[in-house]
Ligand binder design. Structure first.
Ligand code: SF4
Length: 384
């Protein structure tokens, strides 16, 4: 770990005192909550893509194909705020990229106004960032933010070099990436010390599968409040990377449960294991996940309680699934109308199962396509 830190006053980035703290019992990003509350899938989360620029080119990047070196102006913020105002049950806003903080103008003119909008409406916010840039920009953002979501798939600087710059198309020197690696860790530690909820996400893939518990340990040392773990699925840049088998994935999750720090919230997402599964080892794992304290399995939000808005074109996406490109545009349609149209789409209907006893509302489309081709989830039921 780096020792570069200049101390941040404790509590500088803490949420408003009256707000319910995010916890395994309170995760407003999980679509099961709105399903339980309203009796049907309801739009409660909006993700905004604020840039396609990034200083990194990770080999697994889920939006790698859309990264650019220049970009057009954003749509006026008023257009976005008007569409957000129309969403009755909105609870969360996520900001994503690229690296959202890549340009200071984006931080100042787009990110901070969005975060202030969220605070003024009592919405929880998340920023997806690699936190590798100078601390100043994160310090500007932190007082308005609820979750700083970072990616962490490394055990040392050389992993970061190999993973993070694999697709740069030029030779990035290891001494340069080493500095970014140290800055990333230092930034995460300082934000955590200031009271910000830093959530580090790792993916289970061919590189991390054998060292996921070591990665977990480093995340604990950075002071993160949550470790998110998702399998890597073969979309965009990751499309041609080696695939981890379901057995290897299950074993990695079991190892994490065996060796994790019980004081840190572990959130698993888009796992290919369900209560309706007939594989005994997987079924045992699903039960173990459900009964382990400080561990949650978040249902997939894509198209269930969330849409993504491209803040340049206004295009709205309801899923990462490649055959559903954009499903509408904020310039001439409301987000709730677009969301409702998607609810009736045959692809959403095919995975629109719900087993209340298992707190499960069906698989992610990519997962179902990859591991469960030909399986009709609407005919399945959770097995006690
Ligand atoms: S909700 Fe769907 S995926 Fe989940 S246990 Fe039930 S049938 Fe299986």
């Amino acid at each position: 770990m780096s020792g570069l830190s200049v101390p941040i006053p404790a509590g500088a980035f803490a949420p408003p005192a009256s707000w319910e703290l995010l916890s395994p019992q309170y995760d407003p990003w999980d679509p099961i909550r709105s399903l339980q509350q309203y009796g049907q899938h309801t739009l409660t989360s909006v993700e905004l893509t604020v840039t396609h620029l990034c200083n990194m080119r990770c080999e697994h990047c889920a939006v790698g194909d859309s990264l650019t070196h220049t970009e057009q102006p954003h749509l006026p913020l008023d257009v976005i705020f008007r569409r957000l105002d129309e969403i009755t049950h909105l609870e969360t806003i996520s900001i994503t990229g690229g690296e959202p903080t890549f340009r200071m103008e984006t931080v100042r003119d787009i990110i901070i106004p969005i975060l202030k909008y969220a605070r003024s409406r009592g919405l929880r916010s998340q920023l997806n960032s690699n936190v590798t840039l100078d601390f100043d920009r994160y310090e500007m953002i932190a007082p308005y933010l609820d979750v700083m979501h970072i990616s962490f798939n490394y055990t040392e600087a050389s992993d970061f070099h190999q993973v993070g710059f694999a697709r740069s198309g030029r030779n990035v020197r290891e001494t340069t990436t080493q500095k970014l690696y140290e800055q990333m860790i230092d930034n995460a530690q300082r934000l955590s010390k200031g009271g910000l909820f830093v959530s580090a996400e790792s993916m289970i893939n061919y590189r991390t599968v054998g060292k996921i518990t070591e990665i977990h340990q480093l995340i604990v040392e950075m002071g993160c409040k949550r470790h998110e773990v998702h399998p890597m699925y073969p979309s965009s840049f990751a499309a041609n990377l080696p695939v981890v088998s379901r057995d290897e994935m299950r074993e990695a999750v079991e190892q994490l449960l065996d060796h994790r720090d019980p004081n840190i919230w572990m959130l698993f997402g888009t796992l290919p294991f369900y209560s309706c599964g007939t594989n005994e080892a997987e079924h045992t794992l699903v039960k173990r996940l459900a009964s382990t304290p400080n561990v949650t399995v978040r249902n997939d939000p894509d198209g269930r309680n969330r849409v993504n808005v491209n803040m340049f074109s206004g295009d709205v996406y309801v899923t990462d699934f490649a055959s559903i490109p954009s499903f509408g545009n904020v310039i001439d349609q409301s987000l709730e109308d677009i969301f409702m149209r998607w609810q009736n789409h045959p692809m959403q209907q095919a995975v629109n199962c719900h087993c209340p006893a298992a707190s499960c509302c069906g698989p992610n489309l990519l997962v179902s396509d990859m591991y469960y081709k030909g399986i009709d989830f609407m005919k399945r039921k959770a097995i006690p």
